[in-house]
Design a protein around this ligand. Sequence first.
Ligand code: SF4
Length: 789
Amino acid sequence: MQNSVTPTHCPYCALQCGMNLAPTPDGGVAVVERPDFPVNRGALCGKGRTAPAVLAPGARLTSPLVRSAGTLVPAGWDEALDRVAEGLRRTRAAHGPDACGVFGGGGLTNEKAYGLGKFARIVLGTSQIDYNGRFCMSSAAAAGTRAFGLDRGLPFPLADIPRTGCVILVGSNLAETMPPALRFFSELRENGGTLIVVDPRRTRTAEQADLHLAPRPGTDLALALGLLHLVVAEGRVDEEYVRERTAGWEDARAAAMAHWPEYVERITGVSVPQLREAVRLFCEPEHAMVLTARGPEQQAKGTDTVGAWINLCLATGRAGRPLSGYGCLTGQGNGQGGREHGQKADQLPGYRKLDDPAARRHVAEVWGVDPDSLPGPGRSAYELLDALGGDIRSLLLMGSNPVVSAPRAAHVEERIRSLDFLAVCDVVLSETAELADVVLPVTQWAEETGTTTSLEGRVLLRRRAITPPAGVRSDLEVLHGLAARLGGESGLEKGFPTDPEEVFEELRRASAGGPADYSGISYRRLAEENGVFWPCPAAPGDGPGGRGDSGGRGDSGGRGDSGAWEGPGAPDDSANVSPGAAPGGHERARDEDAGRTSQAGTPPARDEDADSTPSRDEDTRGTPVRDEDTRGTPHPGTPRLFLDRFATPDGRARFVPVSHRASAEEPDGEYPVLLTTGRVVAQYQSGAQTRRVAELNAAAPGPFVELHPRLAARLGVRDGDPLAVVSRRGRAVAPARVTDAIRPDTVFMPFHWPGEGRANTLTNPALDPVSRMPEFKTCAVRVEAVKPS
Ligand code: SF4
């Protein structure tokens, strides 16, 4: 183990706060402030602060488990891996490769996500792979790709937020989901900017807003259209920008003009004066942003809903301009990187499309296989889970807990129970792992090195700080072991190294030239520069495998002594090279945000990010780094996208005409109330980790049903009384929490718990036609007082 502190990042959300880990006398680690990471400057929420608790032997798995006579019992690694290989082999032989499913997670490192996608496609030969990130931000990804030609959660750093004039934050309660991020919005207001929060609840985030709009759940699309209508009617369209940088305005304009403010008020419940005030606040400053999160995205019309907010940005000339634009606040720790490297049903590494022949050729060459042997796109996450026990007979699941986190969870649980074979790789015995035939206990964040990509598109290095318990192995070792067993004499396992840095080097080659180009990023640079924003193409002669490759030492991710990276070298001086116009290309320009050189433990005088004023060297715009002066100069990464052109063939952003439509399930006589779901600050996602932390459990011990006093009075319930919430999919019971912070027509439940309070028993799996996102955020329910028996 290390004697000194190890700089790394939190294992939980997409903010990926920096933290230092210091050794403790009992062989564990303690979290120590890491002020040099500019995003959180040392601040952490309770989840990050207490994360080491999940490393303790009592909280996590330390031995493989195999099912014997109906019970999970400890087993050796060879026996467990043999059982998994045999289960998958038998399914493939009996039903074909597509009968084997693979389900990944947005918490997996880039190396694991890459390895899992490769494993599915060239070892199992299955098309049936997707991941839980589909449930996170896929609607924003689809809408961003449709409008801009490329999706990267935030196309600008968080540090731009305090310097813009107005932010509309749609469906994000970041005061609870990522509290350290709140300071960007506090600074925005201190600087004279305004914050508009759109949320059906008066959340802790909404309480900080200058204007809170509380639409009925599922009507964000109409709200955005109403705002765009007023932008047109009040003559606030940026005509020159629309003419020069966009396409499709007339159709989008016509669609918006059909949404009169009074009509929008009737649909959303947001008054016309509030709509007018929002337009004034958004349009008057020179710069403004719209940021969305799960509220508008987790709808069966999520792609169009996000598209409507993007249209608002485009009509007002906000996107692709300094200190302005549209961005998505991705949720899971590696939700961004997880969708870029091949565990998504329709994608290959580098954010390439699986049905693109050129992309298939490129990745197949890196993998050393015939492009024609790669399967095509498979089912999306919910569709895959829904097919379990049907077409899909066996499942390998890594880093996800769908029994709690999937929509219509009781049905998903039933489908999982009907499988012929289930193998789960996890850190803890989650509710899904409890149903497995084999459970493989794997290393976690502080025990392994690997990269993640934050919601800013900043690739980061998580470092190993502690030796894992003897009974656990890394996910990469699991893939290697299974490839060896399933590949026979072919030597397939050689394509699945267990050293994360070796995997990253291959990922760099696989991503080279793709939209998410990581080829210019190395572990050494990540350590020295505190992260690098993609796209970051390799400089000529300096690509993966070439000169200037990682000078760092990786680790096996398995047992052994500390492998914390100790890379040499002074930081490079590439700060004067700036973001590219289109992904895959890059230009010389000035951008102080790039090439940061702060070292661990050296607090900057100020946030370097915040000091940067994005600008461009007009003389060199569009000049690739090919000349003698710059040959071999590392690309600095791309903090800001789209400043010159969008990533579409003609460089123009696309308006998409969208119109209001009802949610998949609207209230009726039988189910008269709307349910919306979300998170609380002390728990994370399905709670598989955070429910095992005593301090977090004490702060948030169980689910609740938030309802308005008027609804409570109608039901005759008081605060704390048990309430049953019933939808067409099932029933959940939890104590009432009566508050006027929610609309009278809506109830709210957090979704972190299993059992009778499982909120996802109720949620609707109706899918967005483009993103295949389920409608987590709204469904019709009835609420009943539970009579004492
Ligand atoms: Fe930061 Fe998110 Fe971790 Fe909290 S959970 S410390 S906000 S990365």
